[in-house]
Design a binder for this molecule. Sequence first.
Ligand code: BES
Ligand code: MN
Ligand code: ZN
Length: 510
Amino acid sequence: MLWTDWSLKWTTEGPSSRSSQQPADIVIVLADRQAVDGDRQILNSTLDQALKERVRRGVYDGKPGQTAMFSTLGLQPEPYAIYVGCDAAPYSLKALRDAAGSVGAALLEYRIRKAAFVLPAGFTQSLAEQDISAASQALMEGLLLGLYRRNSRALKGRAQAELSEIEFVLETEDARREWEQGLLRGYLAANAACYARELTNEPANLLTPERLAEEARSLAMRYGLDCRIYDENEAAQEGMGGLLAVGQGSANPPRMIVIHHRGNPESSETLGLIGKGVTFDTGGISIKKAAGMEEMISDMGGAAAIMGVMRAVGESKPALNVVAVIPAAENMPSGNAFKPGDVIRTYSGKSVEVLNTDAEGRIVLADGLETALRQGATKLIDVATLTGAVMHALGDVTTGAFTNEETMLDGFLKSARRAGEYVWPLPTYPEYRSMLKSDVADVKNHGGAWAGAIAGALFVHAFAQDRPWIHLDIGGTAWMWSDRGFESKGGTGVMVRSLLEYIQSEAEEG
Ligand code: BES
Ligand code: MN
Ligand code: ZN
């Protein structure tokens, strides 16, 4: 598989049992504004003095994103110490995740194998939400997400972080169970998100639809999930005309990927997760401009998110039914490519007038939603790098959300908030539907100059058969052009953690 687990060992220690341990390579402490201004010891009086010297010079003030790294020169059992800025207490989950995330670069640079995270006295009382398991999950997620860098395994060999052990030094032994539960959840979630990043970062010559399908098959094998792959012939037999049209211009044929997790056989509900898997989007005959086109290796970011989710689902086996569907195709211009003006028949039977071959995502999703419904999905969430227009609305900060069922979306937004991923609703009022009216087919795939993200969403909605449905447009958030916090340049794995939170809350509701 494309991403081997971190194979990280983590432990929790009470403050006293610590001395018996093999010292770590680095000790990590939170040093927010309050800690820096106050006169309580943070780590060690001499090192604290050195930190305050930096504060006097104005190079450190405990703000989020700041770190101060020191060689401890015998003052500590660990050779290095790092102070990390943070939004001051009460600590929100986001503040903790961000703080832990900013340590990542140092762990990489100093080739840290074992880290010790020392929590401040009174930590539990300083949590904004008094939820230790959520707080420890956030710390673990931040650390691991901050540690990830794009580094194509195929081209450079695997040289990810060397971290193999983290010790969390707790103020008391009281809540160890909650700590352990949170750390495990954080580990699974971060591992899943890094897998999604790795898939997204893989260049399109290496990750073709066929390779993506092989990857899905080995993922399913590894966790004992049911997997069915439709190759181009089977897709043709089934009548998946949307997937085939988008893929027909490429020498790399399309695939329809289906993975089942049947975690609650008693239930009649199945959550369908559909991820846009365009392994490269040139725009086809409606070709894109050259500058920046390489970003379109990330046009399978939705598929990557779903693969990441299924990895964590495979590992934790939550008590609900999930069917994951990935329509995978490469959108190329060629003598065989589909063309503007073509009228195609999708898997659902609905016909589509193609006005722009660069609006291909919604066409493969149409067949993806239909596949999910035929496989028993009773509600749907699709994740797709669907439009550039969503970036005009929300930039590269926030994922756009669309729905036909406000209560379902409310539940999802709550999950996203816990995960610390920004998601914001955009409207789907019926008046917008006139954008997609076609003279010659049931719908057209391009709605004109305005409200492009909504047009894309409403096109997809036409294939949801009025089941509860959420569409997540990650066109602005699946890929970063430069590092931002714990998101490094390249694929972000966005929506993996929100979806996992959602799945967890759905499974708990039963
Ligand atoms: N994959 C793109 C959307 C995209 C563009 C995501 C840039 C991230 C960065 C999608 O297939 C596309 O090309 N959409 C078009 C639709 C238009 C032709 C209606 C767009 O948004 O420009
Ligand atoms: Mn496109
Ligand atoms: Zn696309």
